[in-house]
Ligand binder design. Structure first.
Ligand SMILES: *Cc1c(COP(=O)(O)O)cnc(C)c1O
Length: 425
């Protein structure tokens, strides 16, 4: 399927019904699966045979949808999680443990910042944040003996900085660790980080992939390219026997293509249980079927709104990597030639109070925590998603207190601009 175009993969990858089987992916709403003998089931528990026994570990509906996302990203294997937060936590914790260190872009989603800087710190995992514009020398200086992963977002939510994926990947590989990229905002329709050297890709499928504000979910995709055995001392979880699975060595038994996702499923999903419900996976797949049709419209509306805002005298600044004047324009053109996403952020004259009164006057754009929905929505990060960050941290992440994040939906751009013009007036 990966030889097909991205649109064909959105519609058809991951599930191929046999003669007389349902055309749409069946929702296997079953916690468990029945076997004729205990021997049959035992093989599954030993990872000697593949199959289903309990939905906390694997479910056929989820696996079809994960296979589609793997095909979209050009990865070797994928899994769904209950949320984007769970996806990023699992992707990191699958290779980090007490005593490990992570290098992460400082320009990332507030929830992920909190996860890494606060919650994972309590687990004994430290982090060094680097600027998304760090030079190669600055990146190299951030690595330590115990660094196990590099993390960044293709287009950061909400700062809209663009990650120089090749540069971050080269630095990660020079230090023998994988690059993990959260590709939520562009989606694989607009950028496929694996093609630029990323090793693991994560998603909050809650956003454009679902696209209709219907289901919270996440996904992890493995490129299948990182050679764990070549850096065996750094990744003992993948390269030494797992006593909880009769001494299986994941990187040996499942190879580069399967080790990461198999370990993540059989250890982390088993122990933490952050599964996506099959019902939500079905809804997610409905979104994926039109992702390639929706993304260009989100980009068209985002660009039109960004252009309108940047010409308005009450607007102090606009962040949108598709604007020629944006500092990330060249990087965006390189990694996302068809555009990035429909999210625009901007600062209006008068700071926080002006932002609040502007948002009250909007009629089409609703105030929501959400982004990347069919319906346009907006939010003031400093008073909502990022309120746990200090002013200093906000500044570092490129988020002034008066910043408004507007997620342009699929409406007519003329109506969105009229709504904004009226609210600014
Ligand atoms: C929303 C978001 C997340 C968190 O995803 P949830 O599905 O809300 O848990 C992670 N990364 C990015 C870039 C996001 O936009």
């Amino acid at each position: 399927m990966s030889q097909h175009g991205i649109g064909t993969r959105c519609v058809q990858a991951g599930y191929k019904p046999a003669n007389g089987e349902p055309r749409q992916i069946p929702i296997i709403q079953s916690t468990t699966f029945k076997y004729d003998t205990s021997e049959d089931m035992g093989k599954l528990f030993d990872l000697e045979a593949s199959g289903y026994f309990y939905t906390r570990l694997q479910n056929p509906t989820n696996d079809h949808v994960a296979a589609k996302i793997a095909a979209l990203e050009g990865g070797s294997a994928a899994m769904l999680t209950s949320s984007g937060q769970a996806a990023n936590f699992f992707a990191l914790f699958n290779i980090c443990e007490n005593g490990s260190h992570i290098v992460a872009s400082s320009s990332i989603y507030g929830g992920t910042f909190n996860l890494i800087a606060v919650t994972m710190a309590k687990m004994g995992i430290e982090v060094t944040f680097v600027s998304p514009t760090a030079s190669r020398d600055e990146l190299d200086a951030a690595f330590k003996e115990n660094t196990r992963a590099v993390f960044g977002e293709t287009i950061a939510n909400p700062a809209l900085t663009v990650l120089d994926i090749e540069k971050f990947a080269e630095a990660a590989h020079a230090h023998g660790v994988p690059l993990i990229v959260d590709n939520t905002f562009p989606t694989p329709v607009n950028c496929r980080p694996i093609e630029w050297g990323a090793d693991i890709v994560t998603h909050s499928t809650t956003k454009y992939m679902d696209g209709h504000g219907a289901g919270v979910g996440g996904a992890i995709v493995d490129s299948g390219r990182f050679d764990w055995m070549a850096h065996a001392d750094k990744f003992p979880g993948l390269t030494t026997p797992d006593e909880s699975y009769h001494g299986i060595v994941y990187a040996e038994k499942f190879g580069k293509e399967g080790a990461f996702i198999t370990k993540c499923t059989s250890q982390l999903m088993r122990d933490f249980g952050c599964i996506q419900s099959p019902q939500n996976a079905f809804i997610l797949n409905l979104g994926l079927e039109s992702l390639h049709v929706r993304m260009p419209r989100h980009v068209e509306n985002g660009l039109a709104v960004a252009r309108f805002l940047s010409a308005h005298d009450k607007v102090v600044g606009v962040n949108y990597p598709g604007l020629e004047s944006d500092p990330y324009y060249e990087l965006a053109r390189k990694y996302m030639p068809n555009g990035g996403c429909g999210v625009v952020s901007f600062e209006i004259e008068g700071g926080r109070p002006a932002a609040e009164s502007f948002m009250k006057k909007l009629r089409l754009a609703a105030i929501e925590t959400h982004v990347a929905d069919a319906r346009t929505c907006c939010l003031n990060p400093a008073t909502s998603t990022h309120r746990q960050m200090s002013d200093e941290q906000l500044k570092e992440a490129g988020i002034p207190a008066g910043l408004i994040r507007m997620s342009c939906g699929l409406e007519d751009k003329e109506d969105l601009i009229a709504d904004i013009e009226n609210a600014l007036g």
